[in-house]
Design a protein around this ligand. Structure first.
Ligand code: SAM
Length: 454
């Protein structure tokens, strides 16, 4: 006997045709009632029907619809097991017999679906004009509570409706924006317009176990750089010193301090970035490890060597510990020092007065800032401090070269033109494809005394 293993449900659960206004949407117009058949089953027996191979294929099986419900006209009585058919005639004799013997009979039931039932994409499929349905937007990127979309021109007449539908369907999202094409060229901030929700752009975003607060409309942030942020931080040894020339709101600086106990000079010319960077330093409890400045990158590089030499960070004494543990250890140390003579600190680690790494993530122009390293160290004591420990530079850049080999040739040429030398320990890593013909790379190299020392 051949069995109908996959009973095809004839239930049409697609959203109804929509002829109402596009904005605001008439959500009531999305109500849909689907008559189906159900069986009455004592609560203790529902598993028998749900788990039987004979009847499983007739269960309602619709996403987000529970197959067992209370009977609206007899809430304390038999449960209703919902089926995906409308009449008993659709069930072959064997399962029909089974259902008759194991249940208290069939009953009609009405499945009520409404606007909340369908996904954003399903709703858009009935409200957008037919020629726009196929390529309709299906999602967005999020930063904190803000969802950002990048609508193509043909969807702009429907932007408010599209925004509202995505807002309705994503409870964690409070604001939907559309990124406009123009980007502020100096601070890399996108222009955006609110499509739906509250016009609040101050987001709280989490990355690499750190909390970042920032105004998404006033500073640069790109969640797609998460892997690159992690990669650079993974290159740092615990306790090393990092100078972040274009720090933004801190996605390199804060994890470096928090997760690697690195000391960080973090700089950004955008006062809004510097403001939120300072807040993030505090919120992540790394005020002792990160110094924030708001300078032009070139001036920052020129000042950094002497500044950290004159005002070194305290020595690295091991991984950062929680405040509670620190207090406990302090108490223990105090007790111990009362009974034990104070040890000489001649072996204690040195203060941190040299920079181990520079990171320069301003891919459009960072290479142009490299000449700031030329002859930057003038005093003999600072030169001595860098003897045998030249800093590494991690400089982000764009290239139009699509092949890695030609990209490397192009990047090295530009770097060497600016430095006036061929640095050591080159490594060039592809970060991401930004656009057709635009690849982002990170070039790392070690500076040389010939470059730094006047
Ligand atoms: C591409 S963003 C990178 C931010 C951050 N490092 C990140 O990975 O998200 C570049 C940053 O450089 C800052 N900036 C632009 N021009 C600058 C300059 N001349 N000096 C210092 N910072 C600058 C911008 O405000 C922006 O925050």
């Amino acid at each position: 006997m051949s069995r109908d293993i996959h009973h095809k449900s004839h239930l049409d659960t697609s959203p109804p045709q929509y002829n109402g206004p596009l904005y605001p949407l008439d959500k009531d117009a999305f109500r849909k009632s689907i008559p189906i058949l159900a069986v009455r089953v004592p609560a203790s027996q529902t598993a028998t029907v749900l788990n039987s191979d004979l009847t499983r294929r007739y269960l309602v099986g619709i996403p987000k619809v529970r197959p067992v419900v209370r009977n609206p006209s007899d809430p304390d009585g038999d449960r209703l097991v919902l089926l995906n058919i409308t009449s008993q005639a659709e069930i072959p004799p064997e399962p029909l017999e089974f259902l008759k013997s194991k249940t208290n009979g069939f009953t009609d039931y009405v499945l009520n679906l409404d606007y909340d039932y369908w996904t954003a994409s399903e709703i858009l499929q009935v409200i957008l004009p037919e020629d726009l349905r196929e390529g309709a937007p299906v999602g967005f990127a999020t930063t904190g509570h803000v969802a950002h979309m990048n609508l193509n021109d043909e969807y702009l007449p429907y932007k408010k409706t599209i925004g509202q539908v995505f807002l309705d369907k994503n409870k964690l999202i409070k604001t939907i924006v559309n990124k406009l094409d123009n980007i502020d060229t100096q601070f890399r901030v996108f222009d955006m317009e609110v499509l739906a929700g509250e016009p609040n752009f101050v987001v709280e975003h989490h990355e690499s176990d750190c909390r970042f607060t920032f105004d998404f409309s006033k500073v640069y942030w790109n969640s797609r750089l998460h892997t690159e942020h992690d990669r650079i931080v993974s290159l740092l040894k615990p306790g090393e010193v990092l100078a972040d020339v274009f720090a933004g709101v801190g996605p390199f600086a804060i994890p470096a301090a928090k997760n690697k106990t690195c000391a960080v000079l973090a700089n950004d010319l955008n006062p809004e970035s510097a403001k939120y960077l300072s807040k993030n330093v505090q919120d992540n409890d790394v005020s002792d490890l990160v110094r924030v400045s708001c300078q032009d990158g070139r001036a920052f590089i020129r000042d950094a060597f002497q500044q950290i030499y004159d005002m070194p960070f305290p020595p690295y004494t091991g991984p950062k510990i929680s405040k509670t543990l620190a207090r406990k250890l302090q108490k223990q140390a105090k007790k111990a020092s009362e009974s034990v003579p104070v040890a000489s600190n001649s072996d204690s680690p040195p203060s941190r007065r040299t920079i181990d790494h520079f990171v320069m993530n301003l891919p459009d122009t960072a290479i142009l800032f490299l000449d700031a390293f030329k002859d930057v160290i003038t005093s003999q004591e600072v030169k001595d401090a860098y003897e045998g420990k030249m800093p590494l530079v991690h400089c982000h850049c764009f290239t139009r070269e699509l092949e890695q080999i030609s990209a490397e040739v192009d990047i090295k040429k530009r770097v060497e033109e600016k430095l006036g030398h061929t640095p050591e320990e080159y490594s060039i890593v592809h970060v991401r494809s930004v656009a057709p013909n635009k690849e982002m790379y990170c070039v790392s190299f070690r500076l040389l005394p010939e470059i730094l020392f006047a």
